[in-house]
Design a protein around this ligand. Structure first.
Ligand code: SF4
Ligand code: SF4
Length: 145
């Protein structure tokens, strides 16, 4: 959702101070949090990212194909809330919630800064040749980091 006011809340407010609407607007829609990740058994094993996107992702138009029902449809889908902000380091480094949690500015291509939703595209799942999750897919074949 683009900001239509002159209120640059994302620069002046902390995550805790955001209204529900502002919290939602902070998401740039990159879809990188919808990619499957793998982690070894060891406690400090790194989290590896794949280019396999959740089965509910809409690869045609971008975004979740059923946002209101996402937690019912996909058990692993994680709700990002302020209470869980300390766990945000699994998110991509460009994620707006992670950046603001660490008091970092949003990039110029973030739709709130650019005023254009499509400016996120080169930084989104679409830049990674994403593959939709299927039943027998081997995630290890699609590791990107
Ligand atoms: S990674 Fe962050 S900014 Fe990108 S879609 Fe997910 S929550 Fe939104
Ligand atoms: S259910 Fe929707 S929001 Fe959740 S990971 Fe899948 S595509 Fe993303």
């Amino acid at each position: 959702m683009l900001n239509t006011t002159n209120n640059r809340f994302w620069e002046t407010k902390s995550l805790k101070e955001l209204s529900k609407e502002e919290w939602e607007m902070l998401c740039d829609g990159c879809g990188l949090c919808c990619l499957h990740r793998l982690q070894g058994e060891e406690e400090d094993a790194p989290i590896l990212t794949t280019r396999v996107v959740c089965r509910c992702y809409d690869l045609q138009n971008g975004g979740c194909s059923n946002y209101p029902e996402r937690f019912k449809l996909v058990e692993e889908c994680t709700q990002l809330t302020i209470d869980r902000a300390a766990e945000f380091d699994w998110l991509p480094p460009t994620c707006a919630y992670r950046l603001r949690y660490h008091n970092q500015p949003l990039p110029s291509w973030h739709p709130l800064n650019s005023g254009i939703q499509s400016s996120v595209k080169p930084y989104s799942v679409f830049s990674l040749s994403p593959v939709l999750e299927t039943e027998n897919i081997d995630l290890e074949d699609f590791l990107i980091s």
